[in-house]
Write a protein of this length. Structure first.
Ligand SMILES: [Zn+2]
Ligand SMILES: [Zn+2]
Length: 390
């Protein structure tokens, strides 16, 4: 089959690789009909996230048709059924899965010991996302093996198109969870850093959850325009002071809720801080840049909540913990507990409350995948979200 394969930094190729096979009785094989490139794939493309190996198949946003199943899938799926696959692999039976904390499933990461060394505990297995999270082959491919397939799936109504439901596997519940974790009240201003795909889903979720005002911060004109179309006030951080504008928009109080939809590759508008973080990253004293986190802590209204869906991989430096503590801020974060939210979100899409396909700007075949990684990373050609059809 053809698949997008990681070969090294900025080197992803469309290769021919062996078809996946059933390896465990709870596996299913899916014929992928539609998949996407996610912002967090760029951390692998740029190789700032450790644990990739040459030959790894990329991709954790995909959907398709069930073509084969092990005996252990046990009637949970049928041949020919169309499913979206959540990016977090879940067993459905461990203590964490039973509590709905699916992204920290205790059983689905087959490289538990590496994760325990890095993080103190294992987290869930993820598709196409480093050997720290199981080294499972991803879904930017014609076929994919889904482990624990009797639980690791999202059923979707036939009358909704692939593009309407594809993002239920990652960015839509990711934005939704980020907004839910901010505990949005009708009196709240919610400030969101990053108007990429997750930022866009977060801001629409914050609007659906009834925020008084949603503010979105970015510097890319077409992303800011899409944010305004979704109901946000925007701040262009290349042109304006984020702190001044947020204070203006909140009568000097600061936003009650701040959401980081950027993560570990933040670019600070403050040159000195950017140089500091870049240098420390270069000599491996700091793995993640933290300029968004610092700004959020500084501007957030005391007793507010910081929600972090943006992905971090390791260590950050110079975090203003004094401001964090004295202002009494709460931090909520985590990879997305996808299946915790999807029953509700499928209904919202079916009801027409939201059509997540608004974010798609590029539709291409798999063989154009490698150049699309570059276009998406460089934000060229007004690229916001790339969908691939294998
Ligand atoms: Zn993702
Ligand atoms: Zn589990």
């Amino acid at each position: 089959m053809r698949a997008l394969v990681w070969h090294g930094t900025e080197d992803i190729r469309c290769d021919t690789v062996p078809d996946p096979k059933i390896e465990d009785e709870r596996d299913a094989i899916i014929k992928v009909t539609t998949c996407a490139i996610c912002g967090s794939d760029l951390h692998l493309y740029d190789h700032v996230m450790p644990g990739m190996e040459k030959g790894d198949v990329m991709g954790h946003e995909f959907m398709g048709e069930v073509v084969e199943m092990g005996r252990g899938v046990n009637g949970a799926l049928r041949k020919g059924e169309r499913i979206v696959v959540p990016f977090t692999i879940i067993c459905g039976e461990c203590d964490q899965c039973k509590r709905g904390y699916f992204s920290v499933c205790e059983r689905s990461n087959r490289n538990k010991s590496i994760a325990e060394k890095a993080f103190g505990h294992t987290t869930a297995g993820l598709f196409g996302y480093t050997h720290l999270t199981g080294g499972y082959q991803g879904g930017q491919a014609e076929y994919v093996r889904v482990p624990f397939a009797d639980k690791t799936h999202i059923k979707v109504p036939d009358n909704l198109s692939d593009e309407q439901v594809l993002f239920l596997g990652d960015i839509f519940p990711t934005g939704w969870q980020a907004a839910v974790q901010a505990d949005i009240q009708p009196t709240d201003t919610v400030a969101i850093w990053g108007a990429g795909p997750v930022g866009q889903m977060t801001l629409r979720s914050a609007v659906l959850l009834g925020a008084k005002q949603v503010v979105c911060i970015d510097s890319v004109p077409e992303r800011l325009e899409m944010a305004r179309a979704g109901g946000a006030v925007t701040i262009d951080n290349a042109q304006e002071s984020v702190i001044e504008r947020l204070n203006e928009l909140t009568n000097g109080k600061g936003p009650e809720k701040c959401i980081d939809a950027v993560g570990m590759e933040a670019h600070s508008p403050r040159a000195l801080e950017q140089v500091y973080d870049r240098l420390k990253q270069a000599v491996m004293l700091e793995s993640d840049r933290a300029s968004v986190l610092r700004e959020m802590i500084y501007v957030c209204r005391p007793a507010g909540i910081l929600s972090i869906p943006g992905v971090y991989g390791g260590l950050v430096d110079k975090l203003p913990v004094g401001a964090l503590m004295n202002k009494g801020l709460t931090i909520r974060t985590g990879q997305t507990h996808v299946n915790r939210w999807t029953d509700d979100l499928v209904k919202r899409v079916a009801d027409g409350q939201i059509d997540p396909s608004f974010v798609i700007t590029h539709r291409v075949g798999l063989e154009q995948g490698p150049e699309m990684y570059k276009t998406f990373r460089d934000k060229k050609d007004n690229c916001i979200k790339v969908v691939l059809r294998p």
